[in-house]
Design a protein around this ligand. Structure first.
Ligand code: HEC
Length: 125
């Protein structure tokens, strides 16, 4: 019991929710979710560290519209930090002209690799 409460506090702190004394959540509205949904189900630390592999996956799935993270059909992602939860939501749910990437098209492991690369270009906060 004690342990699970600590885990909840840790997760809340890490992802900027207003809990356990964290005030990080106050930064959230500046880059509000374009699809407007709740990101709670997408929370969790980035579960990959292989940036080079992440770039390959990004190039394959995202590079047509965000070439090297820059602008084309989609906006530039570089130096526009979003929370990991917000990025997972954008990938899974899409918005506007960006279609959703369901699990059968893009595995959770590949999403995490993409996030690892995005973190290297200051697209993750
Ligand atoms: C078919 C083109 C296309 C593909 C492929 C695509 N995107 Fe997008 N992306 C867009 C467009 C267009 C938008 C703007 C969406 C809107 O207006 O709501 C966008 C928006 C985003 C945003 C939000 C940017 C911001 O600052 O608001 C992120 C993050 C993003 N895309 C990441 C990705 C990732 C990661 C992938 C690969 C898994 C990907 N995109 C694949 C077209 C694409």
């Amino acid at each position: 019991m004690h342990t699970s409460i600590r885990i909840i506090c840790l997760l809340s702190f890490t992802f900027g929710m207003i809990a356990c004394g964290s005030s990080k959540g106050a930064e959230e509205p500046a880059t509000a979710a374009t699809s407007g949904g709740d990101t709670a189900q997408y929370e969790g630390p980035i579960a990959a560290t292989d940036v080079a592999h992440g770039k390959e996956v990004f190039d394959n799935f995202c590079g047509d519209c965000h070439p090297d993270g820059g602008e084309d059909d989609g906006p530039s992602l570089i130096d526009k930090p979003h929370t990991p939860a917000r990025l997972r939501q954008q990938i899974r749910e899409g918005s506007g002209k960006m279609r959703p990437f369901p699990e059968k098209r893009l595995s959770a492991a590949n999403v995490e690799l993409i996030l690892a690369w995005l973190a290297s270009v200051n697209a993750v906060k």
